[in-house]
Design a protein around this ligand. Structure first.
Ligand SMILES: [Zn+2]
Ligand SMILES: [Zn+2]
Length: 251
């Protein structure tokens, strides 16, 4: 399984980081997790065709995680690929029918299945060789963290969240935890994570999770990268990685 970070940024524009998106290459077809603004333009840069994607998993419906989804649907349709399955938290189906409703000429041409998920749901996306389970994250809107299990490895993607036990439990005995880390150490913030708040909960799980990759960085994180790694290394035995756009990890 190969994981490509298409976007590691947030709602504020910054050089080198577009909004959230992770592409997971499985044996047959890829899985796209989140599709924020700028993610579509990363496909040619990652040398991946966007028409390969017909399954998208959304952590939540904030714009920095979904803004390019309609653009992806349109780009695929213009290249003759019209089927798509979209999985997301409660409200995803209603949201997509409303935004797609504003573009009838696209809606009439594409064949989109939308599946609302709930914490605890376990499923295998149609046509993909992996299993997915989810749990609730702590964010300002319904948000799901996902565990993706394939033959060659498993990882957890936190979505936007405060650090919480539910996600750590989901990540227990996985190879990799991709966790959001919006702000630098010491920032007082709710609904998001800093290296300090992640470190507090991580100590209990320091032998339970293979490695950690931080992503979803606000511009304020720039210059605090070494500090973030140092802070977490004190509480965690595995590797700590900071994601970059177009970085690839192999499981
Ligand atoms: Zn976000
Ligand atoms: Zn969010």
């Amino acid at each position: 399984m190969e994981i490509t970070f298409l976007g590691t940024g947030v709602a504020i524009p910054q050089r080198g980081r577009v909004q959230s998106g992770v592409l997971v290459r499985l044996e047959e077809k890829p899985l796209l997790i989140d599709c924020g603004s700028g993610v579509l333009s990363r496909f040619p840069e990652a040398e991946i065709s966007h028409t390969e994607v017909d399954t998208v998993l959304l952590s939540h419906l904030h714009l920095d995680h979904v803004a390019d989804l309609l653009c992806l649907l349109k780009a695929n349709w213009l290249r003759g690929k019209t089927d798509m399955r979209i999985y997301g938290p409660e409200g995803t189906e209603d949201w997509l029918s409303r935004v797609l409703g504003a573009y009838e000429y696209i809606m009439d041409e594409v064949d989109v299945d939308v599946i609302d998920l709930f914490p605890g749901k376990e499923f295998t996306p149609e046509g993909l060789d992996c299993e997915i389970t989810c749990t609730a994250a702590i964010h300002s809107v319904p948000t799901l963290a996902y565990r993706v299990t394939a033959a060659d490895g498993e990882f957890v993607y936190s979505g936007d969240t405060e650090p919480c036990r539910e996600i750590m439990d989901l990540a227990t005995e996985s190879d990799l935890l991709i966790h959001e880390c919006s702000y630098p150490p010491g920032t007082k913030v709710t609904n998001h994570t800093t290296p300090s708040t992640l470190a507090e909960i991580l100590e209990e799980y320091k032998k339970e999770i293979g490695s950690i990759c931080l992503t979803h960085f606000y511009p304020e994180m720039r210059g605090h990268e070494r500090e973030a790694i140092y802070r977490l290394k004190g509480y965690f035995e595995g590797e700590v990685i900071l994601a970059e756009d177009l970085m690839k990890l192999e499981l």
